[in-house]
Design a protein around this ligand. Structure first.
Ligand code: FES
Length: 248
């Protein structure tokens, strides 16, 4: 069950909000057919590269863990009982609410939020809350309209962004999806519904290195969207910078 944020909780400096919906200027055809990019020439073999990424992810996360005042990334399962759900702070100082958060839009937020900007701006703490486009079910006033993914691309750790209104073809179903997650570095595209890479180098990686870590959400009695305490394993919420196992 989610718990509320105390009213006198210190409010950190807000993180910039994702541009609402800059409609792409490209032609519909271009928008619907992103060209999958091939692995970089000379890149390391997949298994070996993923191993090094995993070790680096563990090292990076453990490196910042001592500075987290509550909870931790890899020991989340041990402290999960002590963690509390957190509302999602918006740049204007209010909290994301199902009644007001517009469909087909997104906002960047830190989790877990400490109130200290130095820590709350760390890339491994950055998530993006997305409300799906109406065509994708985002018009429902319940938690099914929302997703929250780690912004760290599971390819080589650039930060992706949500492209509102952009249309992409789902290679699995052949259907057109409205709203797209795209990494600017090498063009990986992730399916907005489940965070699985569908184009670009991340899509060529083997599970669980092909899906973004994801937070579980709930909605409290006042309509506020709450992040439920995660478990950072590949089988549950995923490991930031490494991946998440998604059921087929
Ligand atoms: S870092 Fe390479 S596609 Fe994201």
């Amino acid at each position: 069950m989610s718990s509320e944020v105390k009213k006198n909780e210190p409010k950190p400096a807000a993180i910039s909000q994702t541009p609402a919906a800059p409609k792409p200027a490209a032609s519909p055809a271009a928008r619907q057919s992103p060209v999958p990019k091939q692995p970089l020439p000379g890149s390391q073999p997949q298994g070996r590269r993923n191993f090094f990424k995993f070790i680096a992810a563990v090292g990076g996360i453990l490196g910042i863990t001592p500075f987290i005042p509550f909870g931790s990334f890899f020991t989340a399962s041990a402290s999960i009982g002590k963690q509390e759900g957190q509302r999602i702070l918006l740049p204007d100082g209010t909290y994301a609410n199902v009644k007001t958060f517009p469909p087909d839009s997104a906002v960047i937020f830190p989790y877990p939020r400490t109130g200290d900007e130095r820590f709350d701006s760390e890339p491994f703490r950055r998530f993006e809350l997305i409300r799906l486009a109406p065509a994708e079910g985002g018009d429902k006033n319940n938690v099914s309209s929302f997703r929250a993914y780690s912004m760290v691309c599971v390819h080589l750790w650039c930060l992706w962004d949500y492209k509102a209104g952009r249309q992409v073809r789902d290679p699995k179903t052949g259907k057109t999806i409205v709203g797209n997650i795209e990494c600017p570095c090498h063009g990986s595209n992730y399916r907005v519904h489940d965070g699985v890479a569908i184009y670009g180098p991340a899509a060529l990686q083997t599970p669980p290195n092909n899906a973004l870590p994801m937070l579980d959400l709930s909605i409290d009695s006042e309509g506020y969207i709450v992040v439920n305490p995660p478990t950072y394993t590949v089988d549950r919420n995923g490991i930031i910078g490494y991946g998440r196992k998604v059921k087929a």
